[in-house]
Design a protein around this ligand. Structure first.
Ligand code: TYD
Length: 411
């Protein structure tokens, strides 16, 4: 449990909302674990009044959190396309190729992003802590080191002659406990004109769209352009550009360069917008508490209504998000028959806390499901396309946010 801000060590961290005790989001259970006690941890969100970083208080030890990491980035077409587009743009802009350019990715997962550099012959390397996933990346032809990235690792890499033109960190900074060591490592890794490109879920979307299910123990920090640029600035890195992108329900893509090699830069319009919205103040974040309660009541009411009208309800996406959503809202296997998910690692297991079985998506047809709760709502378009047969048969899909306000859904 932290008493000081994870980024700036300030003691001025203020409570935003408490989601109670929740099991670990990806701690899927096997059948023989179902009758064993399950560990739950407090999930409390706070805001730092000094550097403006939103974060959770509890730090679950990494050995517990990442015992068996089940997330494969390549499972999503949306992720694959977004990273391919990004890499193709960077290769073109910087003129990278077999003779020019070196790239590093932190949290490189199964090689979903770096494989685009490999294809173009650009020298690249991934750092990935999950052994099982790093193996998948190597099988995909992506040179991958198994382990965590931090300042020591960066110094070792630089010593072996590896400094980079481009460094990617996609959806990784939210997970990092030793935040300042990682950012210091990024600064060390960059060549004088190198660029670090960071993607992370955007806290503005989390608050304004009540995406509270994105809050779970793996996500220690929830960034705004202001808080992330404050963090990097401490390590001699300046945010030279930032953009909001649609992925994961709304993300921030920020570009950082070494301050010591920059002449001048303009303040990002996103930071200007954040000031105008009041995102530097606790009141902006406080608003989410009552909104979450409204969503919880709406979902409970819907589930009961579906049951009373004899509809068969299942969920789609055994996401980490679904653990927070279902446990906090008190919706379990008495209402949701199963969770469909295309990830082979997840099938045959059970959801944390609720013990809902996870099965192949084809089960929505075999078991005549009427309604799907889209717990992978961030991939709604992709799932609607993939399961168009379900919709054509009259099946209905709802994201959890459909229940936020009265009258936003019908059966
Ligand atoms: P995601 O929402 O990215 O992650 P998180 O766990 O961080 O909340 O996970 C998406 C999940 O949805 C993943 O388990 C794969 C699954 N999925 C499908 O089963 N079918 C699909 O078509 C897509 C896009 C995802």
């Amino acid at each position: 449990m932290i008493l000081k801000c994870r980024s700036c060590d300030s003691l001025k961290i203020k409570n935003v909302v408490s989601l109670g005790f929740v099991p670990l989001a990806n701690a899927l259970l096997t059948e023989d674990q179902l009758d064993q006690p399950e560990e739950k941890f407090p999930l409390d969100l706070v805001f730092c009044e000094d550097c403006k970083l939103v974060q959770i208080v509890e730090t679950v030890p990494a050995e517990k959190l990442f015992k068996s990491y089940v997330y494969l980035s390549s499972m999503s077409q949306t992720m694959l396309e977004s990273s391919r587009e990004l890499v193709e743009g960077i290769i073109k802009e910087l003129g990278l190729g077999p003779e020019k350019g070196t790239v590093l990715e932190i949290g490189s997962n199964d090689g979903y992003l770096l494989k685009n550099y490999v294809k173009a012959g650009v020298k690249c390397i991934g750092v990935e802590p999950a052994q099982n996933i790093a193996t998948v990346a190597r099988d995909n032809g992506v040179h991958t080191i198994t382990g965590f990235f931090n300042l020591d690792r960066a110094k070792e890499l630089v010593k072996s002659g590896y400094q980079v033109d481009v460094l990617h960190a996609n959806n990784v900074l939210a997970h990092v406990e030793d935040l300042n060591s990682v950012i210091a490592g990024i600064a060390v890794m960059l060549k004088p004109d190198g660029v670090a490109i960071v993607e992370t879920h955007y806290v503005g979307d989390l608050i304004e769209k009540t995406q509270f299910d994105c809050i779970y123990h793996e996500h220690l920090c929830y960034y705004s352009a202001t808080s992330i640029s404050n963090l990097f600035a401490k390590h001699g890195l300046t945010m030279v550009k930032a953009e909001r992108i649609a992925i994961h329900g709304g993300s921030l893509r920020a570009y950082f360069k070494r301050t010591d090699y920059l002449d001048k830069w303009d303040e990002s319009p996103i930071i200007v917008e954040e000031k105008a919205k009041g995102m530097q103040k606790l009141a902006y974040y406080d608003w989410i508490g009552p909104e979450i309660m409204r969503l919880k009541m709406g979902l409970q009411w819907f589930v009961q209504y579906a049951k009373n009208t004899g509809k068969k309800l299942a969920a789609y996406g055994a996401t980490a998000k679904s653990t927070t959503l279902l446990n906090f809202c008190g919706v379990g296997k008495e209402s949701i028959e199963f969770i469909a998910d295309s990830t082979p690692f997840k099938q045959g297991k059970y959801a944390p806390g609720t013990h809902i079985p996870i099965v192949e998506p084809s089960e929505i047809y075999n078991r005549n499901t009427d309604i799907l709760l889209l717990t992978a709502w961030n991939f709604a378009e992709e799932i609607e396309k993939k399961e168009s047969r379900f919709l054509e048969k009259g099946g209905k899909m709802f994201s959890p946010f459909s229940f936020h306000r009265e009258g936003e859904w019908s059966l």
